[in-house]
Design a protein around this ligand. Structure first.
Ligand code: DGL
Length: 257
């Protein structure tokens, strides 16, 4: 048993979609969320730079005394997960990967689309996963252009969001895919719009949030790290940006509940 918090990290607001699944599945666990904010978006940046941001973030969470880290960011995972696990070999570090495997196992049309950042889609990790699970499935790679910026501006219910989603997602309606994978943790905030754009096309939208929560649960049991359910959990929010950003993180998290 271990009552220390689980650290969750993302470039910004996106990882809150993972935070939400962790709260839902593991209500006894305390969580410390770090949304970088200062360097977001990561998606178009070089690998070394993202790795530096991820290292600073995990360093901060470790200094907070967390018992586990969830990198709630596909981009940071593809850029840095091996390095982070090597550097902090004594704590479990969970990464996020687009749900290519479940999409490939369930697609009937043998054609799927993965929506993610430029960095994630061109990473070795993504290419390896695609080669492993999608050898007989066609994978259409789509960058969610402007999606992260829209979510960071808290504009997911705006005309700007509708337009961006239409521009990116409408071509998928006639592409022959029957699964669309949300491979960036910011994108679930636009899920409603994405699903509306795909309505009537028999396309299922999949994200990784729940699978990550299950993986975390498995690790808590494996290393005997579960929190005592009689102890009140705490929820804290940190950022490398300013306090206004930190307050927005907190507000957005509460809105999800
Ligand atoms: N939320 C992130 C991801 O899952 C990164 C978005 C960004 O900063 O570009 O990929």
């Amino acid at each position: 048993m271990d009552n220390k918090a689980i650290g969750v990290y993302d470039s910004g607001f996106g990882g809150l979609s993972v935070w939400y699944e962790l709260r839902r599945h593991l209500p006894a666990e305390s969580l410390v969320y770090l949304g970088d904010g200062k360097n977001c978006p990561y998606g178009g940046r070089a690998r070394e730079q993202i790795r530096g941001f991820a290292e600073a973030a995990v360093e901060r969470l470790v200094a907070e005394g967390v018992k586990m880290v969830v990198v709630g960011c596909n981009t940071a995972t593809t850029a840095a997960i091996d390095y982070l696990r090597e550097r902090w070999a004594d704590i479990p570090i969970v990464g996020l990967e687009p749900a290519v495997k479940p999409a490939c196992l369930t697609t009937k049309s043998r054609r799927i689309a993965v929506l993610a950042t430029e960095h994630s889609l061109s990473s070795d990790m993504f290419l390896n996963t695609a080669a492993r699970y999608a050898s007989d499935v066609e994978v259409i790679k789509v960058v969610g252009r402007d999606f992260v910026e829209i979510v960071e501006a808290c504009e997911e219910h705006s005309a700007r969001a509708e337009e961006a989603v239409r521009r990116v997602v409408a071509p998928l309606r006639t592409s022959g895919v029957d699964r669309v994978v949300l491979g960036c943790t910011h994108y679930p905030f636009l899920r409603e719009l994405i699903e509306r754009e795909l309505a009537g096309c028999n396309i299922e939208v999949i994200d990784s949030g729940e699978a990550v929560a299950r993986r975390v649960e498995w690790l808590l049991d494996r290393y005997d790290l579960r929190a005592d359910s009689n102890v009140q959990p705490t929820f804290r929010f940190l950022t490398f940006a300013d306090d206004e950003y930190r307050q927005n993180l907190e507000r957005k998290a509460l809105e999800l509940l």
